[in-house]
Write a protein that binds this ligand. Structure first.
Ligand SMILES: [Zn+2]
Ligand SMILES: [Zn+2]
Length: 115
């Protein structure tokens, strides 16, 4: 580590560098680097990493979530509205004697028959 010891901190010329920032490739002393995830980064690089992706990605993902929610609600509304319209336009006699209705009637009579 002799090569590393000869290096000086980018911000503190009097101090020995102990780590090199993998982002900006500059040497820093112990006080200037901070552990960020699995790496040792300098303060300015951490700040850049924190600010840059969040402002862009965060807003976009929020917009996508909002759009998805709106699309889901709209889809649900259109689906049930169409179903309602479809059922209303169907002739009344179609509903009579359908399977679900006969089953329901049978269940109702069975329930009434029980003491
Ligand atoms: Zn850096
Ligand atoms: Zn330093």
């Amino acid at each position: 580590m002799s090569a590393l010891a000869a290096q000086r901190c980018f911000q503190h010329a009097a101090r020995e560098a102990v780590a090199r920032c993998p982002e900006c490739r500059r040497m820093y002393c112990r006080e200037c680097v901070t552990e960020h995830g699995e790496r040792m980064l300098c303060a300015s690089c951490i700040r850049a990493l924190r600010e840059a992706p969040r402002s862009g990605r965060g807003r976009l993902s929020g917009m996508i979530t909002t759009l998805r929610c709106a699309a889901g609600v709209a889809l649900c509304f259109v689906f049930f509205y169409t179903m309602g319209r479809f059922l209303l336009t169907m002739p009344a006699q179609y509903h009579e004697g359908t399977l679900w209705q006969t089953t329901w009637e049978r269940m109702k009579t069975a329930a009434q028959g029980e003491p």
